[in-house]
Design a binder for this molecule. Structure first.
Ligand code: GLA
Length: 393
């Protein structure tokens, strides 16, 4: 993997060659791993996540007109739109994450000009590491600098989420954007998605994360994601009608209340609902164990989270299940689970750093034995949040 400063230099070089000018602004935003807390964000629950040491660099300069040129720096593909663009692009749809963010800015501010922009990412696509959020957040930070507006980080997260909803068609929560904007080196980000409070909890030197990328992304992922969210909302409305206390999200329902009242729900909806309901309890218990450095207990909660994904939410895949089952048997592995929306992507594995190498080899071998090809395994390090970058003089 090319070191980060070299990636940035390469992007600057390509920008100058393509546009024959210097960029005015530059920003970087990291991808994320979801450590525990699956589909709990839009149910106003809790998540533990971490920004990682892979991300997206975004450079841009002001134009004299209202046109916008955006180049994907890996393939040197260009998308053209304008500051008045208020609906998803139908060609070069990869640019919608950025066009959607720009639309969020234009709803709030008078944008005096368009931009020439270029981005490059070292986050593998479709790996469940939030490459789209990193693109949105890096673009948003670059636009704040380009247009000279100062925006609260939580507001940037909302602009980026709105881009996903309205320009990419995914009714995601705020997890990916918040993690990219609030990560800190060596910590996990604990977010309460009702109060919107974010805490950074030190991970300690004894823990490391392996990311095992299956490279399998199932078709209709976005539709599956949205349908899971709808099931949660149906269940929420039901519990609001049967429970004696207010229910505005599944966050307000306990596992025992679910057991007591699930009979009145469609069985599939009930099965979906128990995933975020039980996951909230797991996240809180996992955070308590992390605070007393009980990594073994933390890892067990990760395994339990995956089991609930597999059986209740059914957002796992045979490839992800194979990796988690293998992880169970590998000495030194503390926990493993799918990370992110599901239906493909990566498994995240918690190990002691001293065991990382042997565990990585064992994970690759198990995957190869089952599917003929090894999966990609690498260490990911909890890292700092998104920032604007200085430009070379
Ligand atoms: C995706 C979404 C997030 C969150 C996770 C599942 O990453 O973008 O908002 O819902 O899935 O926890």
């Amino acid at each position: 993997m090319m070191p980060a400063p070299d990636i940035y230099q390469e992007l600057l070089r390509k920008f100058r060659t393509w546009y024959r000018r210097e960029p005015d602004v530059a920003a970087y935003a990291p991808g994320r791993i979801e450590v525990i807390g699956n589909h709990t964000d839009y149910n106003e629950g809790f998540v533990c996540s971490a920004a990682i040491d892979r991300g997206t660099w975004f450079v841009a300069s002001r134009r004299s007109d209202k046109e916008c040129r955006l180049v994907a720096g890996d393939l040197m593909l260009q998308a053209d739109f304008c500051t008045c663009c208020n609906a998803p692009l139908t060609v070069n749809t990869w640019a919608n994450y950025v066009a959607g963010v720009l639309d969020g800015f234009s709803q709030r501010y008078e944008l005096p000009c368009g931009f020439d922009g270029m981005f490059f990412s070292n986050i593998p696509l479709g790996a469940g590491l939030s490459s789209s959020a990193a693109l949105e957040v890096s673009a948003a930070l670059a636009f704040s600098a380009l247009y000279g507006v100062s925006i609260d980080r939580m507001e940037i997260a909302r602009i980026a989420q709105r881009a996903e909803h309205n320009f990419a068609g995914v009714k995601c929560g705020l997890l990916d954007q918040i993690t990219s904007l609030y990560g800190a080196k060596g910590t996990v980000v604990e977010t309460d998605f009702r109060s919107m409070t974010v805490k950074n909890i030190p991970l300690g030197k004894d823990a490391a994360f392996l990311m095992c990328n299956t490279h399998v992304k199932h078709a209709l992922v976005d539709g599956e994601y949205n349908s899971r969210r709808e099931a949660c909302e149906t269940a929420r409305d039901y519990f609001a009608s049967v429970l004696p206390h207010p229910v505005t999200a599944l966050r307000d329902v306990s596992v025992s209340e679910w057991h007591q009242h699930k009979g009145g729900l469609d069985p599939i909806v009930a099965q979906r609902a128990v995933h975020p309901i039980s996951e909230n309890e797991r996240v809180l218990a996992a955070v308590d164990s992390l605070k007393v450095s009980d990594l073994k207990a933390f890892g067990e909660f990760m395994f339990a989270s995956h089991e609930s994904s597999r059986h209740n939410f059914e957002n796992s895949t045979p490839e992800l299940d194979c990796l988690v089952d293998a992880a169970h048997k590998i000495p030194g592995v503390l926990g493993a689970r799918l990370s992110g929306g599901g239906f493909g992507g990566s498994v995240i594995v918690l190990v002691h750093p001293r065991d990382a190498e042997t565990a990585a080899t064992a994970m690759k071998n198990s995957y190869k034995a089952a599917f003929g090809e090894p999966c990609d395994v690498c260490l990911v390090h909890p890292s700092d949040a998104a920032y604007t970058l200085p430009l070379p003089r």
